[in-house]
Ligand binder design. Sequence first.
Ligand code: SF4
Length: 373
Amino acid sequence: QCRIFCPTGAISIRHNRGEVWEALSDPDTRVVAQVAPAVRVAVGDAFGLPKGRSVMGKIVNVLHRMGFDEVYDTTFGADLTIMEESAEFLERVQSGEKLPLLTSCCPAWVKFVGEHYPEFEENVSTCRSPQGMLSAVVKEYFRDPANSGGKKTVMVSIMPCTAKKMEANRPNSYTKGEKDTDFVLTTTELIDMIKTTGIDFAELEPESSDIPFGFGSGGGVIFGVTGGVTEAVIRRLAPDHAKETFQEIAECGVRQEGFIREFSIPYNGTEIRICVVSGLANARTVMEQVKSGEKEYHLIEIMACRRGCIMGGGQPRLAGKRTKAARTAGIYRADSVSVIKKCDENPMVASLYEGFLKGKEHELLHNHSFCAK
Ligand code: SF4
């Protein structure tokens, strides 16, 4: 078994390609994939396509050819995360408790809090990550005999991140005693698997993801870059969906240069102070300032990898300045062409909340104890 090392220092963990091939060859198993936002802008150049181009449609096609029964989009999970996290944020702002809210979608950062700042564990959002939410929802959906067709479901998540393998094994990543995400493949593992098939990836026609969990908003796509979670939360809090509003949000400071971005936005008479951080050394700087009382924020978004998931430890490694810029631009381009920009305007999200998710929100979408444990 081959082992790889996470450059964030979060974990040493093994490849999962063998187990996934095995599941794909079992006729009694439904194999479901979810594909994270950052993956789609890092696969194309391994097959001679321009750097940073979003190739989500080709990834869906190749996964279907490889035998995946359903291919869903983690941006749907990101939409669920924003629905829950923005509600949690507003509750905390109103009560003035457990502020600043610390984001929870990066498992390497959450592990870092548990190890170095345990006094802030309560500040970490109780929301599961987009991977965690989508896997829990998919597994619950196929637990229903009306949807399962008598097959066992194996959930495979394709991530830019080696730490997501660790997240999938945490006790909080189980529902009804069953693991939500069975296997995590990194982007580089996916590229290796595609190469093994001999399929000419560059020539594939794009295909759409499957329903009912294959469609996310532009706000879900930008989770792939630092500041994306925060920008999606601000969009959710915005009262309208005018182009000018989205432009104003993009220019509020959330997309400024740098690994520590501070800015504030007005909301219902309160000036909301926000900090967006990428890189764990920068996270330490900010947490020390918060601990000493030198800085005060309402919301801190932290991603362990500098520039966010587009530069995750599971992405192809040779990424110079041009590649980094191209991946960032690719994510923002994918957002610009999204018809729906806000999670609450995603009709599939709305129908999920009105349908089988009703009454199960806490069980499927939240961690029941500090999420690094
Ligand atoms: Fe994983 Fe890095 Fe993204 Fe955190 S920032 S979720 S460690 S890829």
